[in-house]
Design a protein around this ligand. Structure first.
Ligand code: FA5
Length: 350
C-alpha cells in the first residue's frame, strides 16, 4: 500500500504539471483528492490492515494528501496569473489612438436671438419677468381692457383649457401681473418678459400656432411716446443695423392708447413685394403703445400720476429678418442642415 501511495503521488504530480488551465486542474483535484478519489479510498481500507502497518500507511496517506494539496495550490496560482496576463493582453488599448469626437451642442437660432435682445434690454436697465403659459382668462384678456364679450377677443383665437384658463395668446398678461404687485417706492417698472405663446393661427411662412414673444413694459412718472419711439429705434438699429428701414403704423390694441405696429423692410425683396412679405414689402415685428389708463387703474396704479409704454415682439420674425430665413417653420422642424448654419463658432465644433 505504501508503494501504491508513492506511485499515486508521482502520477498525480506529473498530471498536475501538465495541466494547462484551471478547469483541468480542478478536475485533477476532484480525481485525486475528491471523496471517490484514491487517497480517500486507501484511508477507508486502513481498518483492514494489520495493526503495525496502520500508522505507517496513515502517515504516508496524509503526506500524499498534503503534498498534492500544496502542489495544486501552487499550480493554481501560476495558472491564475497566466489567465490574467492573457486577458490583459486581449484588453490592451492603444492610448495613442485619437478619441471619438464628441459633438458639442449650440444654442438654437431662436435662443440666440432672444438672448441677444435680453442682453440689449438688460444693458438698458430692464429686468426679466416671467409668467405662466397656462394663464387665467382674467390676465390674458380682462385685466388688459378686454372684458368678456369684447369684440377684440376675436383677434386672437385661443386654445382654451377650461372656461377660465387658456394657453396664453400673448406675453402681455405679464404686464398686468407685474403692475399688480409693483411698489413705486422701488422705482419705475422696467421689465421684459420672453416666453412661449399659443394661437389657433394657420401655419404659413410667417405664422406658427406656437411661437415666442418678448413683452416690454415701462411705467413711471412722465413716460411719453417719445420714450417708446426711442426704445424701439435703439432695438431696431441694434438688431438689424442702420440700413434697414422701419415704419410705425397706427394700430389698435385694447390695452394701449395710442397703439402702433412696427414693420421692417423685407429682407428678401428689399421692399418690392414677394412671398415672404405677402407682396407688401414690409414685415411686421411688433405691436406697441402707451399703456391704457384703464389697464393702469385695474392694476391699482394711479393713471394721473403714472404713465407707461408697452411693446410685444415676435423673436421668430426678428430671427427671420436678421438671418434671411424665408419660412418660420424652419425654426421648429429641427432640421440639422438648417440649424448647423447658425452654430456659434466659439462654443465648439458643429
Ligand atoms: C400682441 O400680441 C400684443 N400683445 C403686442 C403688444 C404688446 C401690443 C404690448 C401693445 C403693447 P400681435 O398680435 O400683433 O400683438 O403680436 C405681436 C407680434 O407677435 C407680431 O408683431 C408678430 O411679430 C408676432 N406674431 C403674431 N402672431 C404670430 C404668429 N402666428 N406666428 C409668429 N409670430 C407671430
Amino acid at each position: 500500500m505504501l508503494e501504491a501511495l508513492a506511485k499515486l503521488l508521482n502520477n498525480a504530480k506529473e498530471e498536475i504539471d501538465k495541466a494547462v488551465n484551471l478547469k483541468e486542474l480542478n478536475d485533477l483535484r476532484v480525481k485525486y483528492l475528491g471523496k471517490k478519489g484514491p487517497v480517500t479510498e486507501i484511508m477507508k481500507q486502513m481498518s483492514k490492515l494489520p495493526a503495525d502497518e496502520k500508522p505507517l500507511v496513515g502517515a504516508k496517506a496524509n503526506e500524499v494528501r498534503t503534498a498534492l494539496t500544496e502542489k495544486i495550490t501552487k499550480k493554481e496560482a501560476i495558472l491564475e496569473e497566466e489567465a490574467i496576463s492573457k486577458q490583459l493582453l486581449q484588453e490592451k488599448i492603444d492610448v495613442t489612438l485619437p478619441g471619438t469626437k464628441v459633438k458639442k451642442g449650440v444654442a438654437h437660432l431662436l435662443t440666440q436671438v432672444i438672448e441677444e435682445m435680453e442682453n440689449l434690454f438688460i444693458s438698458m436697465g430692464y429686468k426679466i419677468a416671467e409668467g405662466p403659459e397656462v394663464e387665467l382668462d382674467y390676465y390674458n384678456f380682462e385685466a388688459l381692457n378686454l372684458p368678456q364679450g369684447h369684440p377684440a377677443r376675436d383677434m386672437q383665437d385661443s386654445f382654451y383649457i377650461t372656461e377660465n384658463t387658456l394657453l396664453r395668446t400673448q406675453t402681455s398678461p405679464v404686464q398686468a401681473r407685474t403692475m399688480e404687485k409693483h411698489d413705486f417706492k422701488d422705482g419705475p417698472i422696467k421689465i421684459i418678459c420672453p416666453g412661449k405663446v399659443y394661437r389657433r393661427d394657420n401655419d404659413d411662412a410667417t405664422h406658427s400656432h406656437q411661437f415666442t414673444q418678448i413683452e416690454g413694459l415701462v411705467v413711471g412718472e412722465n413716460i411719453t411716446f417719445a420714450d417708446l419711439k426711442g426704445t424701439l429705434t435703439v432695438l431696431a438699429k441694434t438688431m438689424f443695423g442702420e440700413e434697414r428701414e422701419i415704419r410705425l403704423r397706427p394700430s389698435f390694441f385694447p390695452f394701449t392708447e395710442p397703439s402702433v405696429e412696427m414693420d421692417i423692410s423685407c429682407f428678401k425683396c428689399g421692399g418690392e413685394g414677394c412671398r415672404v412679405c405677402k407682396g407688401t414689402g414690409w414685415i411686421e415685428i411688433l405691436g406697441a403703445g402707451m399703456v391704457h389708463p384703464n389697464v393702469l387703474e385695474m392694476s391699482g396704479i394711479d393713471s394721473k400720476i403714472y404713465s407707461g409704454f408697452a411693446f410685444g415682439l415676435g423673436p421668430e420674425r426678428v430671427a427671420m429678418l436678421k438671418y434671411a430665413v424665408d419660412d418660420i417653420r424652419h425654426l421648429y422642424t429641427n432640421d440639422l442642415r438648417f440649424l448647423n448654419q447658425f452654430s456659434v463658432k466659439e462654443t465648439g465644433e458643429n
